[in-house]
Unconditional design. Sequence first.
Length: 235
Amino acid sequence: MKPVHWIITTTLAAITAVGAQVRVDKEAFGKSLGGWDKRSHTAAEYALSGNTYRTFKPEATPTPTGGLFVSVRIDHVRGWLSSDDHATLEITFDSKGRIESAQSNIAIQGRSISSDVIVGTGEAVRHVADMDHAVQVGTDLVANLTAKLLREKIVEAGRVSFPAAVRHNYNLLFQAVRCDPPAAATGGGTEPEAPTTEEKPAKQEPEAQATEPAKTAPLEVKPYGTPEVIVPKDR
């Protein structure tokens, strides 16, 4: 019978290898934005349509279904005498790295404008290529966000183009998502061997010491006819 700890180890290894691991390549994402700040290494600044934006490193959290929830903060840098505008981009990926849903929120002058949750799963998209599927979700997200900005009568150039900056980050973030294959599929791992108990050598009894034969007095050989001399014993 195999030890209990061996069974537990084997079970955990099997559970880990069931699905692929979804992750965000943060270094690749930062490089696509022009590179993370060399001092803090937490944000990247770049220009779009004559305006300056700042994106911070994404925060990623595993989902209960084996996917990934990613949140990114984006700032519209407005200058020294003006407060920056802020936006968040939230994307949920399934266990295969496919986008399940996306949503964005923009805060401008104390007003918060949130897009609808754009859902990207279901029968209608199961047979669509992943890239086309991601493009459709991003298009719907920006269109929804832009329409809500226009209803708020926001016309400043940098603010009107904020949804475009969100879409820019959306596209680059999608390309930075990695879906690593499970360990069992890449290594062809072997089943861990059950620990074997070492057999202790049988205790050897000390060999009986050979007893030396009793020493006998040497035979005294005398010529025939030699008279026997009797030595008196000491008293």
